[in-house]
Ligand binder design. Structure first.
Ligand SMILES: NC(=O)c1ccc[n+]([C@@H]2O[C@H](COP(=O)([O-])OP(=O)(O)OC[C@H]3O[C@@H](n4cnc5c(N)ncnc54)[C@H](OP(=O)(O)O)[C@@H]3O)[C@@H](O)[C@H]2O)c1
Length: 276
């Protein structure tokens, strides 16, 4: 039997790198993508097939699909992992920040899956989309991010139905807090919007707290990678996996706590319980 192949996007750090490590140590050939040349070089040096890919680059995505067709006999696992959190007040970021967020977290998931569909079809592979608990429990100063992940969840459900006739599985992961560079990237995004002229300047502590919230008591990314790998290897794979700190409790809160109470808690947590 030929060596199974997994392709994972966003492997420069965090969850992507942990998944790449887990898959290679189980015997997969791992095509690990990153957008910076130095990250690609480090991945190649570590034994992965390092691929330079900005997931928003349509030509690069198309070339990757063609390369997989040319150089492999098909793709067993695609993990759409690359993403970031466009944190900050919705009206400060406007449709520009929202569009950028959706380009990376949502549209790229569909474009990459479409480009890799012929390779996935050959192996009756599995597509794993990394959503987020933030797509279930919506928080302030993360509206664009929460909306993007809710969209990933809905698209995963539709894809699962549409890919079923081709025997391609679709799994959705909703991580809770996972140790990674996510908080650093989210803080960088938030700082671009934290400006004295903004109506939300008085709430900047709450914005900063939201940007780093995923790194409060996080679960190691290697734990998520281990559990996701085990789930992928099951004969009957789960449709949805909630992994990491808060990944089960927060959706329960969203489902069971009355909305008014939940909003009061969120306002207090992020400093929005006062008028200006
Ligand atoms: N950490 C958490 O608590 C948590 C919770 C729920 C969901 N998630 C999701 O998990 C996934 C991985 O995030 P992480 O926590 O591992 O954070 P991370 O350490 O910041 O990793 C994110 C990865 O995505 C890449 N990326 C971002 N934009 C990209 C683009 N346009 N093209 C290519 N790659 C791009 C980053 O590359 P660069 O290094 O080049 O920026 C990096 O490799 C994301 O989808 C995130 O939303 C994370």
């Amino acid at each position: 039997m030929s060596q199974p192949i997994a392709l994972i996007t966003g492997c420069s750090s965090g969850i992507g790198r942990a998944l790449a490590d887990a898959f290679i140590s189980t015997g997969y050939q791992v095509w690990a993508t990153a957008r910076k040349p130095e990250d690609v070089a480090a991945l190649s040096a570590a034994g992965f097939v390092g691929v330079q890919l900005d997931v928003n680059d349509a030509d690069a995505v198309a070339s990757l699909g063609e390369r997989l067709q040319r150089e492999t006999d098909g793709l067993d696992v695609l993990i759409n992992n690359a993403g970031y959190g466009a944190m900050g007040p919705l009206l400060d970021g406007g449709s520009e920040a929202l569009r950028r967020q959706f380009e990376t977290n949502v549209f790229a998931v569909i474009d990459i899956t479409r480009a890799l569909f012929p390779a996935l079809r050959k192996k009756r592979g599995v597509v794993v989309n990394i959503g987020s608990v933030s797509g279930v429990l919506v928080t302030p100063f993360a509206g664009a991010y929460c909306a993007s992940k809710a969209a990933v969840h809905a698209l995963s459900d539709a894809l699962r139905l549409e890919l079923a006739p081709f025997a391609i599985d679709v799994m959705e992961v909703q991580p809770g807090a996972i140790a990674s560079s996510f908080g650093n990237h989210a803080s960088r995004e938030a700082e671009q919007l934290i400006q004295e002229g903004s109506p939300w300047w008085p709430f900047r502590d709450g914005i900063r707290a939201r940007a780093t919230a995923s790194q409060d008591h996080p679960t190691p990314a290697s734990d998520l990678a281990r559990d996701l790998l085990a789930a992928i290897q099951k004969r009957k794979r789960p449709r949805l996996l909630r992994l990491g700190n808060g990944s089960r409790a927060l959706p329960l809160l969203a489902a069971l706590v009355p909305k008014g109470l939940l909003e009061a808690v969120l306002k207090r947590r992020f400093g929005l319980n006062r008028a200006v």
